[in-house]
Design a protein around this ligand. Structure first.
Ligand code: M6R
Length: 608
């Protein structure tokens, strides 16, 4: 949510800032701005409402060879998307970019009696507050930033630069990520390491409560209480091709299609097919600790939450001795829920920065419960704060709609469940079918993506004028239906909801009319016949059903059928979800919406 970049070094700052902002655009895309300065502190401030391309157009008329600057791409929280509300915000000689929310900005604003404000943002208040301690440069910028931050309630990742000393940038974080890239004769700043890829592989991830003073050849980090911090330089593993479209028209399609490979990365070194076992190193729980687990809490938001619900359905199939509760992070953080002893919490997040999920993690830790991260982004805040974890290793997910992360999150959690079951001595004959299917999944995903692609595209085009959809499923196909509906509503703006088939008669059946179509997920298995009967009930009310099934014999006269060929049984719903992902993609393309950056959303939700 919002992106920050900064540069000080020997090269053209505008070039890095704009390329960095383009990489971060998926985090917020309603307005953007950059400020650069020459050695004398002469500044060039350019802002634009809308996408980075708008900013780029303005920049073309203001080309400068400045060697330092900061930039920002915004996802509005306080004040509408506009040029005035876009960052950087100016206060006298200083300029600031900010991610996060200053909760007490009204109080602070009231205290800044002589200040004039040009925007409606909380961020400008912080800029003016810093300026009030800066005394026209008579006080070091870092100290002014620290004084101001001590008064702030809320979250921030900030970068600040002053005309008085354009060779220096001050950055700080609390609850909003910041990475410092160490280059040759240059230092770079970004709120997400992907902006640094191709410039340097060496990075320092700032921790909460730390402030860094950066020049082209130095990084000095202290806490807000002025204690020096010795920085750990880590390697950025992402390569350029992972953050490019590689010939695909949209990141979303690329990310859907690369699931066979991303799953291979999730499984690498973790599945022993010969023995029929799985082994996860990251959680760091001993056999005794695993055996003691009686209750599993799975925490996430959006797609990560849906992945948790589906994984929970699976895990309870083979670990009868534990209870599983999947919870929405934004709710759970404020609940007074009793957490029984011998619980473990799985904290699920692609970005590893989601504010509500992070807050939950901290609440749960306070209660003395072990937390295990199911995270994608290496070095992210959640990954660093959990007691142990399993990275899903799907590589950068750039499209706002989460796809490959979902599939791998489910599998990583099921593997964690299998690890518990193994330790508890659940019979191999019970666990082996799961292990076998997990091992086969990448290949099965590849086949399904190839085989259904054209059909799904055609059918999505056929339904492109609809604005209402219902997803239906039973058992493990139900959480899959929920995820399918989320994907569709998020990018195609179709009002899509999911129901458990069994719930239809309890209300939703009243909705069925011409305005709706229904996507029915009908995997073979114990509840197949029941699901088929439910589809008949919809057909009897003239519903327009798109059936997704792996049963060759399925012969109801529905509007459309998408058939899946697979040797899998247990994990078939995950293959059906590929259909939902492609369907949402093609529906969105057909409707002409922005696929990778849907309106009103941002990739990483770092505000509550
Ligand atoms: O980064 P996280 O996995 O914590 O993100 C959680 C949700 O914000 C995210 O899954 C969101 O729902 C997606 N846009 C859905 O596609």
């Amino acid at each position: 949510m919002c992106g920050i970049v900064g540069y000080v070094g020997g090269k053209n700052a505008q070039d890095f800032l704009i390329s960095g902002l383009k990489r971060l655009e998926y985090r917020g895309y309603d307005s953007a701005g950059i400020i650069t300065m020459d050695e004398e502190g002469k500044d060039t401030l350019i802002k634009a409402k809308g996408k980075i391309s708008e900013l780029e157009e303005r920049l073309a008329k203001n080309k400068r060879d400045d060697k330092a600057g900061i930039g920002h791409t915004r996802w509005a929280t306080h004040g509408e998307p506009s040029e005035a509300n876009a960052h950087p915000h100016q206060a006298g000689d200083i300029f600031l970019v900010h991610n996060g929310i200053i909760e007490n900005y009204k109080e602070l604003k009231a205290q800044l009696k002589n200040a004039e404000f040009k925007s409606e943002t909380d961020s400008e208040v912080l800029a003016k507050l810093i300026e009030s301690f800066y005394h026209d440069g008579r006080y070091p910028l870092t100290n002014a930033v620290v004084q101001a931050l001590k008064l702030v309630k809320g979250t921030y990742g900030i970068a600040v630069i002053s005309r008085k000393n354009p060779e220096e940038i001050v950055v700080a974080r609390l609850g909003s990520p910041l990475v410092i890239g160490i280059g040759h004769d240059e230092t770079l700043v970004a709120s997400d390491a992907s902006a640094l890829v191709g410039h340097t592989k060496r990075a320092i991830y700032l921790n909460d409560g730390e402030v860094a003073t950066i020049t082209r050849n130095s990084v000095e980090i202290k806490t807000l209480n002025a204690e020096p911090v010795s920085a750990k330089v880590e390697e950025i593993e992402t390569n350029l091709s992972a953050i490019q479209k590689n010939g695909y028209e949209h990141f979303l399609l690329k990310e859907i299609m690369e699931q066979p490979e991303s799953l291979i990365e999730t499984l690498r070194g973790r599945v022993n097919l010969h023995e029929g076992t799985v082994k996860l190193g990251g959680p760091g729980l001993s056999e005794t600790e695993l055996r003691k687990i009686k209750h599993l809490i799975i925490v996430g938001c959006g797609t990560a939450y849906n992945a948790g619900v589906l994984a929970g359905y699976y895990i309870e199939q083979f670990t009868p001795e534990i209870t599983i509760e999947t919870v929405i992070a934004s709710e759970y953080r404020y609940r007074q829920a009793y957490i029984p002893e011998d619980s473990v919490a799985l904290i699920v997040s692609q970005s590893g920065e989601t504010a509500d999920t992070l807050a939950c993690l901290r609440e749960i830790k306070k209660k003395g419960i072990k937390t295990i991260g199911i995270v994608n982004t290496i070095g992210s805040t959640i990954a660093r704060e959990v007691d142990g974890g399993t990275y899903v290793h799907v590589g950068p997910e750039i499209s706002v709609a989460s796809t490959k992360a979902f599939t791998s999150q489910v599998i990583a959690m099921v593997m964690f469940g299998l690890t518990i079951a193994q330790a508890k001595g659940v019979k191999k004959t019970v666990l082996q079918p799961y292990v076998k299917e997990i091992a086969k999944l990448p290949e099965e995903v590849r086949n399904v993506l190839e085989l259904v692609h054209e059909d799904v595209k055609k059918i999505a085009n056929k339904y492109k004028d609809y604005d209402h959809a219902i997803y239906l499923g039973r058992d493990t196909a139900y959480p899959t239906a929920i995820e399918g509906a989320l994907k569709l509503k998020e990018i195609s703006y179709v009002d899509a909801n999911a129901y458990a088939f069994g719930e239809l008669k309890h209300g939703p059946l009243a909705l069925i009319d011409d305005r709706f179509f229904e996507i029915a997920l009908i995997p073979k298995g114990e509840l197949y016949e029941k699901a088929v009967s439910n589809v008949q009930e919809v057909l009897a009310r003239n519903g327009k059903v798109i059936a997704v099934t792996n049963d060759d014999k399925f012969d109801l006269s529905v509007a459309d059928v998408i058939r899946i060929q697979t040797s899998l049984e247990i994990l078939t719903p995950l293959l059906m979800n590929l259909v939902s992902q492609l369907f949402a993609y093609y529906m969105t393309v057909a409707k002409g919406n922005n696929v990778d950056q849907p309106r009103n959303l941002a990739k990483s939700v770092t505000v509550e």
